[in-house]
Every structure is written in structure tokens, then in C-alpha cells.
Ligand binder design. Structure first.
Ligand code: G4P
Length: 539
């Protein structure tokens, strides 16, 4: 907030206000193969952050292992750059956060979405709404995150666009406001009609290496169009009339409230429609938003620094043991070398070794503002959800842990390594790679995950970082619910009575480990005063 009663701002405050206003922080949500990687690359290409297509593509082959995206990464010897990409476009600073999809899909993806102010949903227009998109959109809905939609692959034989929009509206329960409308598809894809600007952007295939240089024809009734597309214009004019009559007109407020999504048609691989997305992002998507921090809301323009950790990533380079904590700045100005308060531990830490994610500037960036992501070296003292400030006790909320959907018990081949196993799992649990439950009755540790890949990563890391050869086995547990109760006596009774079915997670929270949904329902009925939580927030 501007501080001075006179209304005139100090230079420092004016700088913060200006920097916040020009920031946009977003993530891409899509089902695998819809074109997220291609579009990411094109966004970077259009902004000038990379010079050539194909730079980001390579990272697919490496999957969760190291990627060799850009020198920036080699220079720093770490593989975090692909998780956050910061670039400039039209005097704006855009932070694009990677949301791993596919087998990589895990809690990580959910939590990344808590750090964005908008999301871009990419849909394969031939396939329509797919499973992963539904899940991710539901996560966005938890915070009413504004969603832009890109209907990709119009250069292919796709489904009827009206039908796909209907599907988005009915399955994802979000209003669609088409901003561009396709002319044809597949071999006869001619371009799009921009409904708000009344102009036609002509499509030319195969522009994969250059930026898009589209020809623009003004006005849908322009006779030049009938010359160009004698076969398609009648159909287009009919469709546009229909769309104008039947669909929702674009409404900035409804978009910002997460109720409506503006829809763009295009072809990422052909560079078509990408510029419209970038423009919508800076013109319509919100600048960094205020954040709820338990005791009060924190405005991005406040002079004092604050932020929270939403992701921890292990350094994939075995030569370094470091882990990087990704912190979203929520307010103020971060400066290299400044002292900030680690609120959970209640002590000040000096942050001099910080990673930023500028792709256009190679030199270390010295400052960051709300909406930016900075990487802090974590020597085991930072957890997901940790809040930092210049002293005020602000605990940012809304960074969730989700009830796991898959469980494994874990044991080791070499019993002498039990200490290393416990230490490894404790650390991996704290950084959110997997959830670890310690049964109250003793016995083997139980691992819970949202995505099956998490187990693979944990096995790999236990071996590589802790020298532990662990064996994972199936478990009879079906789901977990964190339990709380206002009455500590009832809580104690619950734990005692059900000691064979409860465990503590890495942060010490008690959870009920159910063997089936019937079992869970039964226990819930028997213990009406106990609250069962499918998500929990940072303690
Ligand atoms: P993802 O990150 O969402 O998983 O998708 P990705 O970008 O890797 O794209 C998946 C496939 O779809 C790729 O083909 C990609 O080239 C293709 N694709 C992306 N955008 C378009 C588009 O606008 N039109 C068409 N026709 N195809 C598109 P692939 O065969 O799996 O890989 P590649 O060999 O082409 O790289």
C-alpha cells in the first residue's frame, strides 16, 4: 500500500509499485501431449528470450533427470532453470512456472499452482477436455485463479470448435468467451477471426523457426476475404454470427474472478496464435495479487519483503548436495544480501546466495519484487510452506498437502542402514517429495504419494544421496486423512483406540490411515467430533 498520507510516494515505494504492476506470474496446465512444451518454447521465442526453436524441446527426453535447457543451467551447474522461466515482453516481466504433468504429475504440480496469479490452459482441439486438465483446473479453482485457454493443433483435423467449447463449459464448469474464431481446420486451416478487433489473422504453415509474421485483414465483410477464401467465408460469417449471439462476450471481471475463460485458437507448432496469448497475458491477466497470511492480507506493494516457499527441488547434480527452495515473493523488494526472518524457526537468515531465473540477462539479478520467484539454497532448514518476512509474524496460507492416493511400505535390504533410511525419508518428507507416515504402533514406515513417479524419485534419491537400497512394497492402505479435534481428550482417545491405524507425518501431524472408503466412512460416523481433512496446510 502507498504509505504516505499526502499520497505522494517515496522513490523506493514508487519503484515497488511500478515493478509490481508490470509483473505477471503464471503456469501452463494441460494434459500430456496437448502442446505445453511447444507452447512454452514459442512464448520464449516470441519474447526474444531464446533465439531458436528446439531449445526447450530437448528436455522431454531427460524427463525428471537433468535437462540441458540453455547455457544458463550449465553455467550454474544445476537443473532448476526449467522450473521457472522469467522473461520480458512489452515492458512486462513474465514469470512462467513449470507445472510437471504426465507421470511426473504429483503434489508438486498442485503446489506450483498456489504460487501463480493466472494459468494458461492448453487443450488439444482434437481431443477436447482430458483427465489431467480436469484435475489441474480443480486446483486452480481453489483460489479462483484466472484461466486463459489456448485451443491447440488447429492445423489438424480437430473436433467441431463449438462442440469443444460446450465440453469445456459443461465438464470444467467455466464460461467460455471466444476471442478468436478459427477459419477451417487441418489442411484448410486459414487463420482466425479476432472477434474483439474485427480482423482476420491469416495462417501460414511451417513458420517453425521464425516469429510469426501474420497478415492481418481488417473487417469480416472485407471483399478481399471473399477473394482469398471463396469457399470458407460463408461458413465463417455464419459461425461468427452464431458465436456472437450464443456465447459469452469477454468480460474482464468475470475472467479475473475465475468464472470465465477467454479462448484463443491456434497452432503452437506453427507459431500461430502465440502472440495473442502473450498480449492477453499482459493486458488482461492480473498483476501479483494480495495474499492471505493468517493474521492479515499482504499487499504486493507493501514496502517490506515477504514470501513463502512452495517447492523444494533437489539438485540433480550428484556433486552438490544442495537443495533449492523456491520462494514466491509476496511483497516488498528483495535484495541480495538482505536479512530475512525464517518465521517457523524464529531466526534471521542472511540470503546472499540466491538464484533468479532471468533468461535474458546472464548476470546475477540483485533484486526481486512480488510475483518473482527466487531460489534459496536449502541446507535442510526450509520446508514447503515456510514463510519469510522482515520480522512480522506472517504465515501465508493456502499451500496444501494433499491426502495421498497411493501407498507403499518401505524396508531396507541392509539393516545397518536403518538410520540413513530414517534420515533420508525425514528429509524427503520435509521437502515434499513424498509423504512419510510413522505408524503409532511402530512397524514399517509408510510412504504416501499423489503420483506414482514420486516413489521412483524417492527410491532413486535414497540410493544416490543416502546410500540406502530400499524395497517398496504394496500396502493395504487406501487413503489417509489428517485428523484434528477441538477436544484434546477425544483426540487422545481416538489415537489410543485406533492405534493400529494412525500415524504421524513428517511434520508430526496425526493421520488416520483407512483401508477402504467404507472403513473411512464408518470411522467418521463413529467419531463425529473428530474432523477428517483431505488436505492440510503447512503447520
Ligand atoms: P506436452 O508438453 O503438452 O506433452 O506436448 P508437446 O509440446 O511435447 O507436444 C506434443 C506433440 O504435439 C508433439 O509431437 C508436438 O510437436 C505436437 N504439437 C504441438 N503443437 C502442435 C500443433 O499446433 N499442431 C500439431 N499438428 N502438432 C502439435 P510429437 O510427435 O510427440 O513430437 P515431435 O516429434 O513433433 O517433437
Amino acid at each position: 500500500m502507498t504509505t504516505e498520507a499526502t499520497g505522494s510516494k517515496s522513490p523506493a515505494q514508487a519503484l515497488i509499485t511500478k515493478e509490481v504492476a508490470r509483473r505477471r506470474t503464471f503456469g501452463i496446465i494441460s494434459h500430456p501431449d496437448a502442446g505445453k512444451t511447444t507452447l512454452t518454447e514459442k512464448l520464449l521465442l516470441f519474447s526474444g528470450a531464446i533465439q531458436m526453436a528446439g531449445t526447450v524441446k530437448g528436455r522431454k527426453s531427460g524427463r525428471h533427470a537433468t535437462s540441458d535447457w540453455m547455457d544458463i543451467e550449465k553455467q550454474r551447474g544445476i537443473s532448476v532453470a526449467s522450473s521457472v522461466m522469467q522473461f520480458d515482453y512489452r515492458d512486462h516481466v513474465i514469470n512462467l512456472l513449470d507445472t510437471p504433468g504426465h507421470q511426473d504429475f504429483s503434489e508438486d504440480t498442485y503446489r506450483v499452482l498456489t504460487a501463480v496469479d493466472a494459468a494458461l490452459m492448453v487443450i488439444d482441439a482434437a481431443k477436447g477436455v482430458e483427465e489431467q486438465t480436469i484435475k489441474l483446473l480443480n486446483v486452480c479453482r481453489m483460489r479462483n485463479t484466472p484461466i486463459l485457454t489456448f485451443m491447440n493443433k488447429m492445423d489438424r483435423e480437430v473436433r467441431d470448435p463449438l462442440e469443444v467449447l460446450d465440453e469445456v463449459e459443461s465438464v470444467l464448469k467455466i464460461q467460455c468467451a471466444p476471442v478468436t474464431w478459427p477459419i477451417g481446420m487441418g489442411k484448410t486451416f486459414r487463420g482466425v477471426y479476432h472477434l474483439l478487433r474485427d480482423e482476420i489473422l491469416l495462417f501460414e504453415a511451417g513458420q517453425s523457426e521464425q516469429k510469426q509474421t501474420v497478415e492481418v485483414v481488417k473487417g469480416i465483410d472485407n471483399p478481399r476475404l471473399d477473394e482469398l477464401f471463396p469457399l470458407e467465408m460463408e461458413q465463417l460469417r455464419m459461425e461468427v454470427e452464431l458465436v456472437n449471439g450464443a456465447s459469452h462476450p469477454f468480460d474482464l471481471e468475470a475472467f479475473r474472478a475465475g468464472v470465465q475463460t477467454p479462448v484463443f485458437f491456434g497452432s503452437a507448432v506453427n507459431n500461430f496464435g502465440v502472440r495473442e496469448i502473450l498480449n492477453a497475458l499482459i493486458e488482461w491477466a492480473p498483476a501479483p495479487q494480495p495474499r492471505d497470511a493468517t493474521i492479515r492480507d499482504v499487499s504486493p506493494e507493501e514496502p517490506k519483503f515477504s514470501g513463502f516457499v512452495f517447492k523444494i527441488q533437489a539438485n540433480m547434480d550428484p556433486a552438490h548436495r544442495d537443495r533449492i527452495a523456491f520462494l514466491r515473493v509476496c511483497s516488498g523488494r528483495f535484495e541480495r544480501g538482505m536479512k530475512i526472518r525464517h518465521l517457523r524457526l524464529g531466526r534471521d537468515v542472511k540470503i546472499s546466495n540466491v538464484i533468479t531465473f532471468m533468461s535474458q540477462q546472464r548476470e546475477q539479478v540483485e533484486e526481486a519484487f512480488a510475483g518473482d520467484i527466487i531460489g534459496l539454497h536449502n541446507h535442510g532448514d526450509m520446508q514447503i510452506g515456510d514463510s519469510f518476512s522482515e520480522g512480522e509474524a506472517l504465515q501465508f496460507t493456502g499451500i496444501p498437502y494433499f491426502a495421498p492416493e497411493m501407498f507403499r511400505t518401505v524396508r531396507i535390504r541392509n539393516p545397518l542402514k536403518v538410520k540413513q533410511l530414517q534420515k533420508g525419508l525425514q528429509q524427503l518428507g520435509e521437502e515434499g517429495a513424498v509423504q512419510v507416515f510413522k505408524p503409532v504402533h511402530g512397524g514399517e514406515l509408510i510412504l504416501g504419494a499423489v503420483g506414482v513417479l514420486q516413489f521412483e524419485v524417492v527410491a532413486h534419491r535414497l540410493q544416490g544421496e543416502y546410500g540406502v537400497d530400499a524395497v517398496f512394497e504394496g500396502s493395504s492402505i487406501y487413503t489417509a486423512r489428517w485428523v484434528t479435534c477441538e477436544d484434546p481428550k477425544i483426540m487422545a482417545d481416538f489415537e489410543k483406540n485406533l492405534y493400529a491405524h494412525v500415524g504421524h507425518d513428517a511434520a508430526g501431524n496425526l493421520a488416520y490411515l483407512a483401508t477402504s472408503s467404507v472403513n473411512l466412512n464408518l470411522i467418521q460416523e463413529r467419531w463425529p467430533k473428530v474432523v477428517f481433512h483431505a488436505t492440510r496446510e503447512h503447520a
